[in-house]
Design a protein around this ligand. Structure first.
Ligand code: ADP
Ligand code: MG
Length: 255
């Protein structure tokens, strides 16, 4: 990162949140999955159990990597965690609220208020400037953009793009575009950030910069859940949840 790179104040070492024990502020976890199932019925004899009864608690301030072979259920789980999809059975508590039975409107409201997304392909809107892209989640929530402009400028500074506010995505490098997406993911001060292969489209140096940024957000207290197939990326997380056949095969925490 350049000299103007974002600085996120790390938490004091002694406040590090362990993944193995309940966090101090929310003993039930930011995320709690209970016997979560997702079944796709493709035909009478063709039923896919994409998630086959997952139990998982993720505590505030964690940095969790979800890994596993293709078809093991990672995307299905991330879609449900992100309130983009609903489970077929079981429960999902997000910030203590049961979101597993919500209708589409309620679910999209939760999604807009409580979850920040970072996608592999950035998903910026090409016609909008950097600052406008950061504001997009606020537009969905009908917030006053003038009043929130200062906050969005602050976020652009945080990701090292304070001098690129009026650029459009095509005028930015891939790493810069992903940093816009990181800023956008923070604008609603979400309970957690979900990242799906966030460095998958970046070269290794730029990817490492974006990963540094995500690590710093976590050091400042943000809960991060990241899907990756890359061991080096997963090594930055404090906990690795390994999926297999729709279930958690291994769950390793370390500090
Ligand atoms: P991963 O992200 O780990 O590669 P997925 O969550 O995408 O795995 O898929 C898990 C399983 O569910 C796979 O067997 C996949 O074929 C199946 N699956 C995923 N989405 C659908 C769908 N919309 N309809 C039917 N089967 C699906
Ligand atoms: Mg997938």
């Amino acid at each position: 990162m350049s000299a103007s790179s974002p600085i996120v104040q790390p938490k004091p070492a002694n406040s590090a949140v362990s993944n193995a024990a309940p966090g101090p502020r929310d003993s039930n976890g930011v995320i709690r999955l209970e016997a979560l199932e997702k079944t796709y019925v493709l035909g009478e004899e063709n039923i896919v159990r994409a998630l086959a009864g997952v139990n998982l608690t993720i505590y505030e301030g964690s940095f969790v990597a979800i890994m596993g072979p293709s078809g093991s259920g990672k995307s299905t789980m991330l879609n449900i965690l992100g309130c983009l999809d609903r489970p077929t059975a079981g429960r999902y508590f997000l910030g203590g609220e049961d979101v597993s039975r919500m209708d589409d409107d309620a679910l999209s409201d939760v999604r807009g208020r409580r979850i920040g997304f970072i996608f592999q392909s950035y998903n910026l809107i090409p016609q909008l400037t950097v600052i406008e892209n950061i504001q997009v989640p606020l537009i969905y929530r009908g917030q006053d953009l003038k009043a929130s402009r200062d906050k969005c400028v602050e976020l652009a500074n945080l990701v090292g793009l304070g001098n690129r506010l009026d650029h459009r995505p095509t005028q930015l490098s891939g790493g810069q575009q992903q940093r816009v997406a990181v800023a956008r993911s923070l604008v609603n001060d979400p309970l957690m950030i979900l990242a799906d292969e966030p460095t998958g489209n970046l070269d290794s140096r730029t990817g490492a910069e974006v990963l540094d940024l995500i690590s710093r957000l976590n050091a400042a207290g943000k809960t991060i859940v990241l899907v990756t197939h890359d061991d080096k990326i997963a090594a930055r997380a404090h906990r690795i949840v390994q999926m297999k056949d729709g279930l958690i095969d291994q769950d390793i925490s370390r500090r």
